[in-house]
Design a protein around this ligand. Structure first.
Ligand SMILES: Nc1nc2c(ncn2[C@@H]2O[C@H](COP(=O)(O)OP(=O)(O)OP(=O)(O)O)[C@@H](O)[C@H]2O)c(=O)[nH]1
Ligand SMILES: [Mg+2]
Length: 259
């Protein structure tokens, strides 16, 4: 009989060692996949004012949604390790369309700047089966009503009807918690059975107390609030784009969602 490659039948007890080795090898391969995906440059692909402008739904998409100014664009930049790729601003209402980002070949890193001066972007090669979508914020009261309604409709339409949408990260400001407009977004996702996960942002702003109590309280409150929602991932992620907290966890999750 040939050697059993699994080691399971080895009476001398080699099975656990062989299994542990196999598990370690799988973990190392996974970690390498994450590293490769986010070590490479990413590029801006396009801005979409309506769903018809989106690319064909032939690659997995991961989208970042949340109220205006919650930190969507900042979190995408932190995950991709490219400050300034997604535009951020102190003024709410910065992102006004669906902005699509894709992995690019190394020499296409310059796309992020060339798109602004040259108008129509060149198309980077999409070879990782994954796109990241930065969304306009919803619920920004100070912008003109018609603008807010248009952004919210665009976001909600996308959440409702994008067949290749693998996961929506719904960002919630850790200082403010869930607002009625967030609940509306969650209802849409639950109804459309789109898998989503809550991500608390700007944890650095409530992490001043040494015992971490405000952070714990914010995480627990939101965990309880979404416990019974059907499409919600049960684990709430805590992040700070400024401090780099929670970024590796998000990278690993996103890499696992790539098609
Ligand atoms: N302290 C701190 N500030 C943050 C963090 N993330 C974002 N910000 C700040 O919050 C503001 C809004 O960030 P954006 O990333 O533009 O927020 P957005 O959700 O994309 O906003 P809209 O596109 O307007 O909907 C900016 O001034 C960021 O610098 C964080 O983790 N910590
Ligand atoms: Mg933005």
């Amino acid at each position: 009989m040939g050697e059993d490659p699994t080691g399971f039948d080895d009476p001398a007890g080699a099975a656990p060692a062989a299994t542990a080795e196999a598990v370690q090898a799988a973990e190392a391969a996974q970690a390498e996949q994450v590293r490769i995906l986010f070590a490479r440059p990413w590029a801006f692909d396009r801005s979409c004012a309506d769903l018809a402008q989106l690319p064909a739904p032939d690659a997995a998409e991961v989208a970042f949604a949340g109220r205006s100014n919650v930190g969507k664009s900042s979190l995408i930049n932190a995950i991709l390790g490219q400050e300034g790729l997604a535009r951020t601003s102190n003024t709410p209402g910065r992102t006004q369309q669906l902005n699509v980002f894709v992995p690019a070949k190394p020499d296409e890193r310059s796309l992020k700047t060339s798109r602004l001066s040259s108008g129509a972007p060149k198309r980077p090669v999409e070879d990782a089966g994954l796109r990241i979508v930065d969304m306009p914020g919803y619920g920004f009261a100070q912008a003109p009503k018609a603008d807010v309604e248009a952004w919210t409709a665009l976001v909600f339409d996308y959440l409702r009807g994008r067949p290749n949408l693998r996961r929506v990260y719904v960002l919630i400001d850790s200082r403010h918690g869930l607002k009625p407009i967030d609940i509306e977004a969650l209802k849409i996702l639950d109804k459309a059975a789109v898998s989503y996960q809550i991500v608390l942002t700007k944890l650095d702003k409530i992490a001043k107390e040494a015992d971490g109590a405000p952070v714990r309280r914010a995480m627990e409150a939101i965990g309880e609030a979404i416990r019974k929602r059907p499409a919600a991932h049960p684990i709430v992620l805590g992040t700070s784009s400024e401090q780099g907290w929670g970024i590796e966890t998000l990278r690993a999750e996103i890499a696992a969602l790539a098609g």
